[in-house]
Design a protein around this ligand. Structure first.
Ligand code: SAM
Length: 282
């Protein structure tokens, strides 16, 4: 049996059996591997780091999309930076948004995901509200004059092409592209193994946003089983509205989510004491 080994840390690695390799190639930006695993279905790996599996990607995508959109409550224009697999786009388009712009640096990730992982995006790329651009997210943010209600940074980790998406300057530029009441969410790594990444994202976002708040999503195939996301807005309370407000807004998603619910939204912001230092005060 062939095994995929994810070696992110010196003394820890995880392995998934590669029951069949569907694709392996180096694009202009990164190494792309897509294989099939009996437990998790098809798996997408970029530069040796597991990005998603068919079986558990909905948890990540629902939590990165619905938390900011439900907290905002009336988003019309949404920007996704990265996210070439289309999973976040699919979740965003479940809301009555007018436009969802996706800016992915590597067009091959979009093409390969559509070909090998069609259930992740489920037709989202063909939705007339989807505006898909293949370019570097930092260049897009620097050049666009458009404004957004929610910006979602669905990127790889801070290495390779994803590195500039984790700078304080990038977050400042994102803030300028948000409408009043706007919100941003940043994929911030595995907090058990990468506490530094979570702390860095919180610190850097707090240079541009008064309200910064980490939250957690359990994703079995991410090392350590838990993924950290950081949301930022004009106030911390805006990110975690009262349960009644979330329940009222949930109608639009009712029966269309497998992980997200108003109760899960509120609970995701409850942090263990060891994560509290990252939970910046206003
Ligand atoms: N779920 C994910 C994870 O495990 O971290 C992220 C998934 S998504 C596939 C990440 C995407 O971000 C990749 O397709 C990558 O090409 C894209 N990306 C990286 N750097 C970028 C940049 N500077 N601008 C736009 N997209 C970028």
């Amino acid at each position: 049996m062939n095994w995929f080994q994810e070696k992110l840390y010196e003394h820890h690695k995880q392995m998934l059996s590669m029951d069949s390799v569907l694709y392996h190639w180096r694009t202009e930006f990164q190494d792309v591997l897509i294989f099939e695993n009996a437990t998790f279905g098809k798996v997408l790996v970029l530069d040796g780091i597991l990005q998603l599996t068919e079986r558990d990607n909905h948890i990540y995508h629902e939590m990165i999309a619905h938390v900011p959109l439900m907290a905002h409550g009336s988003a019309r224009d949404v920007l996704i930076i990265g996210g070439g697999d289309g999973g976040t786009l699919k979740e965003v388009l479940k809301h009555p948004v007018e436009r969802a712009t996706l800016v992915e640096i590597d067009g091959e990730v979009i093409d390969l995901s559509r070909r090998f992982l069609p259930d992740v995006s489920s037709g989202a790329f063909d939705d007339p509200r989807a505006n898909v651009l293949v370019m570097d997210g930092t260049r897009y943010i620097a050049e666009t004059e458009d404004r957004f209600d929610v910006i979602i940074i669905d990127s790889t980790d801070p290495m390779g092409p994803g590195e500039p998406l984790f700078t304080a300057d990038f977050y400042k530029a994102c803030r300028r592209r948000l409408r009043p009441g706007g919100m941003i969410v940043v994929q911030s790594g595995a907090p058990f193994f990468q506490p530094g990444e979570l702390e860095m994202v919180c610190q850097r976002l707090s240079g541009s946003f008064p309200g910064v708040r980490p939250y957690l999503a359990p994703v079995p195939t991410y090392a350590g089983g838990m993924l950290a996301l950081v949301a930022a807005a004009e106030s911390r309370d805006a990110l975690r509205p009262p349960i009644d407000a979330l329940r009222e807004r949930f109608g639009v998603l009712q029966g269309r989510t497998r992980y997200y619910s108003p109760e899960v939204h509120r609970a995701a912001f409850a942090l263990a004491p060891s994560y509290e230092p990252f939970s910046l005060r206003e």
